[in-house]
Design a protein around this ligand. Structure first.
Ligand SMILES: Cc1ncc(COP(=O)(O)O)c(C=O)c1O
Length: 383
């Protein structure tokens, strides 16, 4: 048995059995029994001792989750705020971003930016500048360096892995470039945390619990370097009856599903115990193996490079197949869970929907072969 196989077995046996083939971790992964149990036990504790007393008792667990996130972002001094998800984290961040003279604010991002992020940027009055890319949507580093130096934005926003394809951006090189130019770098790690190395020391990294870390839904994190955090001006001031709070605690202030945060902290602990390098290597290996299998499926083109180090494989229809109909058929007829990615996920980069699979480490190459056969049947059945 190879190391990868034993990781697959351990990951699988730590979870409830899947009702079919789950190839959808980029949407929402499967929680482990221990994570489910930790959240349930916290909810039970709330009923026993009271919600606020239980939250106080859970503080060390939540702090452990913050430390884990800061370490995974390569910013051990970062302050970490729990949110309800990645989009909420971006909203809090941009809502509090300092205004320069004249109040104008600019953000540089890629054309493949996640659609809802573009909406949040616009809602906070950020003017958008698109950075140059290569054909596959990857940042063109030299051209981007020239553009950023010529007309520096207030911040660079990099979505490390998009929602619409598994291209992995060169995050550490962008971090180095931004450091050289003295520009703050904000990384959207929703699809990246747990899947690729995010320990590049960006000024801000935010992410979500339910994808590659396999925590509960409805939780996310915003990790901000301390000196930047102190410059943020939270949009909502805490009520007068609350004693003075740090900026981070002001951002976090409000009602929360503490049980879900406890579950997320537990998932982070499990992820670290499996070993980030081992999990990431297995995910990259699965992506590469899957693309080899899927390259031969008629009527579809694999979007990513064969060896793109991500577990996500995107399939673009060549002969008019409908990704939504195919996705629905796969689920209803074969219990195979995939995603139809609509253009709203990356409205400045894609013009047609695509089909996405995103297996976690418990998936085998045989599973991808089963999917490939089912995809052929689905394509014929929905034509
Ligand atoms: C790249 C990217 N950014 C942000 C988000 C938003 O995450 P959340 O739903 O936790 O707000 C997603 C969700 O799919 C995503 O794929």
């Amino acid at each position: 048995m190879t190391h990868g196989d034993s990781l697959a077995d351990r990951w699988r046996s730590a979870r409830p059995p899947a009702a079919g083939l789950h190839l959808d971790s980029a949407a929402c992964s499967r929680q482990s029994l221990a994570v489910l149990d930790a959240a349930a036990r916290h909810a039970r504790h709330e009923a026993e001792v009271g919600g606020y007393v239980a939250a106080e008792a859970a503080a060390p667990v939540l702090d452990a989750g913050r430390v884990a996130v800061a370490a995974l972002c390569g910013a051990p001094d970062a302050e970490v705020v729990y949110t309800t998800g990645a989009l909420h984290a971006l909203d809090l961040l941009l809502g509090g971003w300092p205004r320069g003279p004249g109040g104008r604010r600019t953000v540089a991002c890629l054309p493949g930016e996640y659609g809802p992020n573009l909406a949040v940027m616009a809602a906070h009055g950020f003017e958008r500048r698109l950075l140059p890319t290569l054909e596959d949507g990857r940042v063109a580093l030299d051209d981007a360096a020239l553009a950023l130096a010529a007309d520096p934005p207030d911040l660079v926003h990099l979505t490390a892995v998009g929602s619409h394809r598994g291209v992995v951006q060169p995050v550490s090189m962008v971090a180095q470039l931004c450091a050289e130019l003295g520009l703050p770098l904000v990384v959207d790690g929703a699809q990246a945390l747990g899947q690729i190395d995010c320990a590049v020391g960006a000024d801000v990294t935010y992410s979500t619990s339910r994808k590659w870390i396999a925590g509960p839904r409805g939780v996310g994190v915003l990790a901000v370097r301390r000196e930047l955090m102190e410059r943020l001006r939270p949009r909502l001031e805490p009520p007068e009856w609350v004693s003075p709070l740090s900026v981070a605690r002001q951002l976090e202030f409000g009602e929360a599903n503490v049980a879900a945060r406890v579950g997320f902290s537990c998932a982070l602990g499990e992820y670290l115990a499996y070993g980030p390098d081992v999990v990431r290597a297995r995910l990259a290996q699965l992506g590469a193996a899957g693309r080899t299998v899927l390259a031969d499926v008629p009527g579809w083109a694999v979007v990513e490079e064969d060896d793109e180090p991500s577990a996500i494989t995107t399939l673009a229809p060549l002969d008019g197949a409908d990704p939504q109909a195919v996705r629905d058929w796969l689920l209803s007829q074969r219990r195979i869970l995939t995603t139809c990615v609509g253009v709203q996920r990356a409205p400045l980069e894609i013009t047609r929907p695509v089909l996405r699979i995103s297996p976690h480490v418990d998936t085998t190459v045989e599973d991808v072969e089963t999917f490939a056969e089912a995809l052929i049947a689905a394509t014929a059945a929905t034509a």
